[in-house]
Design a binder for this molecule. Structure first.
Ligand code: NAD
Ligand code: UDP
Length: 345
């Protein structure tokens, strides 16, 4: 099946992997990105992996005139919306920025899609919409309730999509609720390239392993989990990217019908503790990964992992890569690119 897919935020960590998998499946991806949190080198490398040119159009999803140009230039069939800001702490400090970029950007993009009759949307949502879940594993019908402005932007955008599809059955929408994306493409050409000190566990451990940081701080070992440390559902970014291909196909084939907005969890279904992750990293790198247990991080939940049966049922998708593969591929990217993509240029 060939179709043109607009990937907003496609120059970023997850987006670059989505573009690779779309091209491998025979789609024509077109990337828009304002480079707020990424380096154009990413799409240059994606072009190398894909073996064909992938257009990178630099612009902002809040810029309607820019979007009109893009929709006039390309016959867009499906839009995958990954563009936005994602740092929880920053969202608490700068809520207006987050509501503007994330909610304003999404609404602007949906308006442009509406104007040009391109009404199929795959949206990057997050497990953060479940807040502090009452139990695990989490199914899509669990109560939602985000605990910070970033999470609320995701919930608001999901609600906008529900209202939109209810108002016009020509719209079809899937919100993919990602659990914890990690790892990198096995070429080691693309991967996550955090600007500052990483907040997330895998990029932080990767920088400890490569010698950029002295040791990991483990945020609490007194949670009600098997070893006391926080439990999450890490998912290989290539598995995640392939789910976007399946979602795109489901929209084009009408498996997800018009007038429906379907939230779908993307996780492996396996809960992994911080200490289990440290041990897996030691196996993958043969390096010691020193750590120290410190206080809990405010706002953290004890355990969060997915029931991913709906993705299997609706998208015929399940995660293939295990924790060792996630560490191996993340490490290969980090060790071959210790400074990420380097300076933008
Ligand atoms: P990322 O920052 O690497 O990618 C986002 C991309 O969007 C960047 O390339 C950035 O330059 C671009 N962008 C930001 N604002 C823009 C704007 N106004 N106009 C155009 N482009 C803009 O982040 P990522 O990890 O690849 O995340 C992609 C999406 O997935 C985000 O929406 C994020 O909230 C969501 N998500 C990520 C995670 C995670 O752990 N990485 C988890 C759940 C959900
Ligand atoms: N974590 C940690 N040290 C770090 C970063 C994270 O102990 O430097 C823990 C964190 O408390 C959580 C798990 O690792 O239990 C995953 O954290 P991450 O920020 O990657 O994901 P999130 O909590 O947003 O799901």
């Amino acid at each position: 099946m060939t179709a043109t897919v607009l990937v907003a935020g496609g120059n970023g960590y997850i987006g670059s992997h989505v573009v690779v998998e779309l091209a491998a499946a025979g789609f024509y991806p077109v990337v828009i990105d304002n480079l707020a949190n990424s380096n154009p080198e990413a799409t240059r490398r994606v072009t190398g992996i894909a073996g064909r040119d992938v257009p990178l159009l630099v612009g902002d999803v809040r810029d309607g005139a820019f979007l009109d140009e893009v929709f006039r230039a390309y016959p867009i069939d499906v839009v995958i919306h990954l563009a936005g800001l994602k740092a929880v702490g920053e969202s608490v400090a700068k809520p207006l920025l987050y509501y503007d970029v994330n909610v304003g950007g999404a609404v602007g993009l949906f308006q442009a899609m509406d104007r040009h009759g391109a009404k199929r949307m795959v949206f990057s949502s997050s497990a953060t919409v479940y807040g502090d879940p009452v139990t695990v594993p989490i199914t899509e019908d669990f109560a939602t309730g985000a605990t910070n402005p970033y999470g609320r932007t995701k919930l608001m955008i999901e609600e906008v999509l529900s209202d939109l599809v209810a108002s016009d059955p020509a719209w079809q929408a899937i919100s993919l609720r990602y659990f914890n994306p990690v790892g990198a493409h096995d070429s080691a050409l693309i991967g996550e390239d955090p600007n500052d000190i990483p907040n997330n566990l895998f990029p932080f451990i990767a920088q400890v392993a490569v010698g950029r940081r002295e040791k990991l701080s483990v945020f609490g070992n007194d949670y009600a989990t098997p070893d006391g440390t926080g439990v999450r559902d890490y998912i290989h970014v290539v598995d995640l990217a392939r789910a976007h291909v399946r979602a795109t196909q489901a929209l084009l084939q009408g498996t997800i019908a018009g007038g429906a907005h379907m939230p779908i969890n993307l996780g492996t279904g396996n809960g992994v503790s911080v200490l289990e992750a440290v041990h897996a990293w030691r196996r993958a790198t043969n390096r010691p990964i020193p750590y120290e247990v410190v206080a809990r991080r405010p706002g953290d939940v004890a355990a969060c992992y997915a029931n991913s049966e709906l993705a299997e049922k609706l998208l015929d998708w399940r995660a293939d890569f295990d924790l060792d593969a996630m560490c191996r591929d993340h490490w290969r990217w980090q060790s071959r690119n210790p400074q990420g993509y380097g300076e933008p240029g």
